[in-house]
Design a protein around this ligand. Sequence first.
Ligand SMILES: [Zn+2]
Length: 301
Amino acid sequence: MRQHTIRKPVTLEGVGLHSGKPARVTLSPAPEDTGIVFRVGGDHIAAAPESVVNSHWATTIGKNGARVQTVEHLLAAAAGLGIDNLEVEVDGPEVPAADGSAKPFVALLAAAGRNQQSARRRPLALPYPIRVGSGGRWIHIVPAPTFRISYTLDNDHPAVGTQVLSWAPASERSFVDEVAPARTYGFLKDLGVMRKNGLARGGSLDNAVVVGDRGPLNGLRYRDEFVRHKILDLIGDLALLGRPILGHVVARNGGHALNLELVLAVQQALGLERRSAGAAVRVLAERGAKALAPARRLATI
Ligand SMILES: [Zn+2]
């Protein structure tokens, strides 16, 4: 399989889910072996594990003080459509929330068209299984000839409950139809605290499923939309590796921080890391000492 980029520049405008500020991205074609690179002012920030500066609630990448928040849905759309190389110019602190899913980014990439390049795509094959996390929150990836995610999401809220889905991209339409439209979600009771902490300030019923005491305040796109969105986030975070991964990912109650631990562990297992130790340190520093109590643990089995 060869690498792909898009045919022509395309733009999407909106507001940032967390910042609530106006946000605009312009996607442009990029040469082979570039990967996905964000451009903010004069800085180029690679969509790579070592660029991650925060993974609390959303994945934020940065360099030299420039930051781009909530890159995961756009990255998932590119990975889902097999776009390897892309330049993303960002105006504002965050990628637009769009409708809270990857569907608008899929439409944007589709409008841009796809261009095959001459370099080959080089999927990553794991040398051995890897597991991160502990207790009820963990992700495990085992070598496999193709990619699959099996996800279990448990939540105390009866509107979510336990949702289980095992998903593999049988075709390009699988991602477009089964994963991309699943929206991010939040609980009404958490909204006050999140906003106080600078999160969900742009969140509304237009760009998130909001779950109240009696259930979702807006209609669901799938009965199990919540677990589908967790799969979407995981696809987006795994795209930080820059190459598709061959393996079966089995996850329970993960999140962006745990996804990043997995990405760093995969990078380490494959000998791909460059400044991953530095990235991990920065992530921990920005998370703050009180956030996310469990210690970071990388284990291979
Ligand atoms: Zn998400």
